[in-house]
Design a protein around this ligand. Structure first.
Ligand SMILES: [Mg+2]
Length: 258
């Protein structure tokens, strides 16, 4: 099984492809850089659009954003085939029932929450939801830290510190903002739930969307510590697949007869 930073061998890819009835596929750094899907990822997604699901720790975009990017690339997927940590984190807050919720997130994601009936409160909250907030500020950090100190529970989209950006740059991720909160509040005293990979929730939801069991699918992702470790903890097969090294998508396409 491919793990660590070594790319999969062609024998491993052939073995995995033969057994696969479906694919769970990471987005950032695997299919796309800065939401620009690569040529080989698009070819793969087109060939397997009915039995692939995007499983992403993304917390900046909506399912509609993804459907738009995929449609433009000629890939046709159902909404259920796009499973995003940010959307799931907001859903979790919405399902908690009537509560004041502080959401640290981009405006479009706050709008998603509002549309789901989440009662947003920027000062006092029983629940704090942390997404990749590109307008994160001293004042937001202060308000969230104090809400947690007063007993609010914390829902975190993902623990990732960075994801790959264009030209070899890094994009700070939700986990980097969580580290700032952790510098102000002892997170061991906070009731905290992490939604994204490597936790099992997104993988399980994607398998249900495809109507497949964990043993039927292969996880493709660029991050050994989240994508692959989370999949393997569930007993799924996983292959390291990087957007800047198209070999795995191309080899899988060959093995699966496209
Ligand atoms: Mg990734």
């Amino acid at each position: 099984m491919a793990h660590g930073l070594m790319p999969a061998s062609s024998a491993e890819i052939a073995h995995v492809a033969q057994a696969a009835r479906g694919f769970l596929i990471d987005w950032d750094g695997c299919c796309a850089i800065d939401n620009q899907p690569t040529v080989s990822a698009v070819a793969f997604l087109r060939a397997h659009q009915e039995r692939a699901a995007i499983v992403s720790n993304n917390s900046s975009n909506t399912v509609d954003d993804f459907l738009e990017i995929l449609t433009k690339a000629g890939v046709s997927m159902r909404r259920e085939q796009i499973v995003l940590a940010g959307v799931e984190a907001i859903d979790r807050a919405a399902m908690a029932g009537p509560a004041d919720v502080m959401i640290l997130a981009d405006p479009r994601m706050r709008a998603v929450a509002r549309n789901l009936g989440v009662r947003l409160n920027r000062d006092e909250a029983e629940i704090v939801v942390l997404l990749r907030d590109t307008r994160f500020s001293y004042s937001r950090l202060e308000r969230a830290a104090n809400a947690l100190r007063k007993g609010a529970r914390l829902i975190v989209a993902n623990p990732d510190l960075t994801h790959p950006g264009a030209e070899g740059r890094v994009k700070p991720e939700t986990g980097a903002l969580l580290a700032a909160l952790g510098a102000c509040v002892n997170l061991d005293t906070v009731e905290m739930e992490i939604i994204g990979k490597p936790k099992p929730g997104l993988y399980l939801k994607a398998c249900r969307a495809l109507g497949l069991g964990l043993e039927d699918v292969v996880m493709l992702g660029d991050n050994p510590a989240t994508d692959l470790a989370g999949a393997e903890a569930l007993g799924m097969r996983a292959l390291l697949t990087r957007a800047d090294e198209p070999g795995v998508f191309e080899a899988l396409l060959q093995e699966t007869g496209f």
